[in-house]
Design a binder for this molecule. Structure first.
Ligand code: DMJ
Length: 458
């Protein structure tokens, strides 16, 4: 595929904002065929996982081996992948997988787990697969997991600790982030609604409010906060890792639960975000970093994780800004043919430190293309998705699954395939091309790990 950077650079030099990168293939996207191809790639990755990493948390595709997060495996990839299989119509595979989880998954382990990760991947996975199948055993597992996670909130502030022991309820690690604290309520709230136990909703909602109440006088939050003292440990404000889904869940909780407190939180937060983080440059609209107290610009960085924001803007009703930001995301992707973890949108390159040049098979940019396609039906977003899909295959596919990249410039691979590649990246790509009846988009809220949740309660 021809990349059009010279033309874009020329447009930028003329000071023309938001250039729409031409996408070579302007013919009709053969969506049914692409959906089938994504499904095949899911099976390619899933088969490798089953062959080399079964019953472990994740696949190491280069060494054809596996990794676990803790001393006891929690079958993270299996649970994360289950609802993708269901949506892809892989019924037999999904039934066998669900049976395995229902009969083998146990949380009765003396291990400290990361509350945020286990909530979004496992609690979210159990709840969505329960809703999709009606298998009560999954709801029972979710309730058991929720009970074991609850002690994490028992800090003097109500802001959860980072880790909790699944057997003893002991907690540790007070250094946390708005993202980790604010990205729990879709799951805990849904668990409340499905079990009739209000404690989950109330506890997780209070945690978000504790962060929101500590926003600065100009309405921004920082990156790190102490769960016991409630003091900010780092005042860098942005939409990237550590904060990102704090904003996402304000919009989602407002819609899923009809809770107007979240409408108010979002309405005031988005004003601050658009005032201090949004950045109009010659290359278009971006969202960078600023100090939470002064609003002073600290970095002109945006990255792979920030690319969730067009989806959230679109969901909140601001499709126009979402579309403009997605064009910037597309520019970021096309700079190297795959997106880096961070991108300096003034220098138009990834920061030199190799750690910012990695790619972890992240889904956010595909997620945003999917949302924008749903709201606009503009085939441009399917064409973007096709570019993402082809580049993923070109640079990350291996004989045994998909691999992260150590460096988006050299394209050197890294020996890891995270479970969210199965839960999110391939799911959003599939849904972008699949027929509309595959999922009732308007009545679904995806948790931040792409597990679809429906409001099945009053
Ligand atoms: C996922 O676990 C979730 O999307 C989370 O919100 C952010 N990081 C990864 C994917 O990039």
């Amino acid at each position: 595929m021809i990349r059009m950077f010279i033309a874009v650079a020329f447009l930028c030099s003329l000071g023309q904002a938001s250039p729409r990168l031409p996408i070579e293939d302007t013919s009709t996207v053969h969506s049914a065929q692409l959906a089938q191809e994504v499904r095949n790639e899911f099976l390619h990755a899933w088969t490798a996982y089953k062959k080399y990493a079964w019953a472990h948390d994740g696949l190491k595709p280069l060494s054809t081996s596996y990794y676990d997060w803790y001393t006891a495996p929690l079958y993270m990839s299996i649970l994360d992948a289950l609802d993708t299989m269901i949506l892809m119509g892989l019924k037999e595979e999904a039934d066998t997988t669900r049976e395995f989880l229902a009969t083998h998954l146990s949380f009765d382990h003396d291990i400290y787990v990361k509350n945020f990760e286990i909530t979004i991947r496992m609690l979210g996975g159990l709840l969505s697969s329960y809703q999709l199948t009606g298998d009560e055993r999954l709801l029972k597992l979710a309730d058991d997991l929720g009970t074991r996670l609850l002690p994490v909130f028992k800090s003097p502030t109500g802001i959860p600790y980072v880790d909790v022991n699944l057997k003893t309820g002991a907690v540790r690690n007070t250094r946390t982030t708005p993202g980790e604290v604010g990205t729990l309520l879709v799951e805990f709230g849904t668990l409340s609604k499905l079990t009739g136990k209000p404690v989950y909703y109330n506890t997780a909602k209070n945690a978000v409010q504790q962060i929101y109440n500590r926003r600065s006088s100009i309405g921004l939050v920082g990156t790190w906060i102490d769960a016991e003292t409630g003091q900010w440990l780092d005042t860098d404000s942005h939409l990237s890792a550590c904060i990102d889904s704090y904003y996402e869940y304000m919009v989602k909780c407002k819609i899923l639960f009809g809770d107007q407190d979240f409408a108010r939180m979002w309405d005031s937060s988005i004003v601050a975000v658009n005032t201090y983080l949004a950045h109009e440059t010659v290359s278009g609209l971006w969202y960078g970093h600023a100090d939470m107290n002064t609003g002073t610009r600290t970095k002109t960085w945006f990255g792979a994780l920030d690319a969730f924001f067009p989806a959230v803007l679109a969901l909140s009703g601001d499709v126009k800004t979402a579309a403009r930001l997605q064009e910037s995301c597309f520019t970021m992707w096309n700079t190297y043919g795959i997106e880096p973890e961070q991108f300096d949108y003034v220098r138009m390159e990834a920061p030199a430190d190799p750690k910012w040049r990695r790619f972890f098979l992240n889904p956010e940019i595909m997620e945003s293309a999917y949302y924008l396609y749903q709201y606009t039906k503009d085939p441009r977003y399917q064409r973007m998705g096709k570019v993402f899909f082809e580049d993923l295959k070109r640079y990350c596919r291996t004989d045994n699954g998909y691999a992260e990249l150590k460096n988006v410039v050299s394209k050197e691979k890294n020996d890891r395939m995270e479970s969210y590649f199965l839960a999110e990246t391939l799911k959003y790509l599939y849904l972008l091309f699949a027929p509309p009846e595959t999922l009732d988009f308007r009545n679904t809220i995806f948790n931040t790990e792409a597990h679809p949740i429906r409001r099945t309660w009053q």
